[in-house]
Design a protein around this ligand. Structure first.
Ligand code: NAP
Length: 260
């Protein structure tokens, strides 16, 4: 199926590396104008160049910590000044935060919710009036399978991911009358900056692929996923082709999650 996003504007948080960058490139390749937000300028600039190359043009990157409301407002104002609207919002920025409960602080739990839930909800709040006016919108909340199948040592991520799925479901019903579709994508194990950092920390002396191989063996499909495979699903959800899909939390996990 050829996905056509021409004339659409997509905003991807955490679009500088990993899954966010892959989605931004895929959207651009499908014809969308794409804006990305993240904190570190260097990967942002590299991603902006790659997105421009993938789509032949309209891409912008804004350095911004999305948990800083004033910085986020200013970033969104820049996106609106350049593109005039947001049709597709992808709440993707995130980081793995988990450990035994004895290691979890209140501040850590609040920070995790702040990034993955409150900043995402506030961005939705800020772009949805325009979507309502145009009676077309797509919100994709990147979540994780841990939100459906909580595991040991997974606080606070289990909490924020379950909350993200609940937010998706609630807003899908709230926005349905305006043809604004809200879905979550539940990630299993997919190559990204997170895995590159874990590999670097491991100091294992193995190649990256050797390091990932035993992790991939825990997945029914027998391998860790590629960011492009994730981006393909997001691109479908962002398009007209997904016109009857809302309120779903779709696993993109090679069959790993025990819960559908
Ligand atoms: N890959 C997996 O196997 C996996 C599994 C479960 C869930 N996920 C989720 O998938 C999403 C994408 O992560 P990834 O795996 O692609 O990892 P990644 O490569 O580390 O990407 C994370 C992105 O989020 C940005 N970010 C982090 N904190 C931010 C903040 N406060 N404000 C703005 N941007 C911020 C990062 O840029 P800066 O650091 O420069 O800000 C980066 O662009 C995350 O929500 C992650 O939790 C991934």
């Amino acid at each position: 199926m050829l996905i056509d996003l021409k004339g659409r504007v997509a905003l991807v948080t955490g679009g500088s590396t990993g899954l966010g960058r892959a989605m931004a490139e895929r959207f651009a390749a499908s014809g969308a104008d794409v804006a990305i937000l993240a904190r570190n300028p260097e990967p942002l600039a590299a991603a902006e160049a790659a997105i421009k190359k993938a789509g032949g043009g309209n891409a912008m990157a804004v350095a911004c910590d999305i948990t800083d409301a004033a910085a986020r407002d200013a970033a969104l104002a820049q996106v609106m000044a350049r593109f005039g609207r947001v049709d597709i919002l992808v709440n993707n920025a995130g980081a793995s935060q988990r450990g035994p409960i004895e290691t979890v602080s209140r501040a850590g739990m609040v920070a995790d919710m702040d990034l993955k839930i409150f900043a995402a909800a506030e961005l939705i709040r800020d772009v949805v009036p325009g979507m309502k006016e145009r009676r077309w919108g797509r919100v994709i909340n990147v979540s994780a399978i841990i939100g459906k199948a909580p595991d040991a040592g997974s606080i606070p991520t289990s909490l924020s991911r379950a909350a993200g799925i609940a937010m998706t479901r609630a807003l899908s019903r709230e926005f349905a009358p305006w043809n604004i579709l809200v879905n979550a994508l539940c990630v299993g194990k997919i190559k990204s900056g997170q895995w590159e950092r874990r590999y670097a920390k491991s100091g294992s002396g193995q190649s990256y692929e050797e390091f990932l191989a035993p992790i991939g063996e825990t997945v029914p499909l027998g391998r860790i996923g590629e960011a492009e495979e994730f981006a393909n699903v997001a691109c479908f959800l962002a398009s007209d082709a997904a016109s009857y899909v809302t309120g779903a939390a779709i696993n993109v996990d090679g069959g790993l999650c025990p819960v559908a």
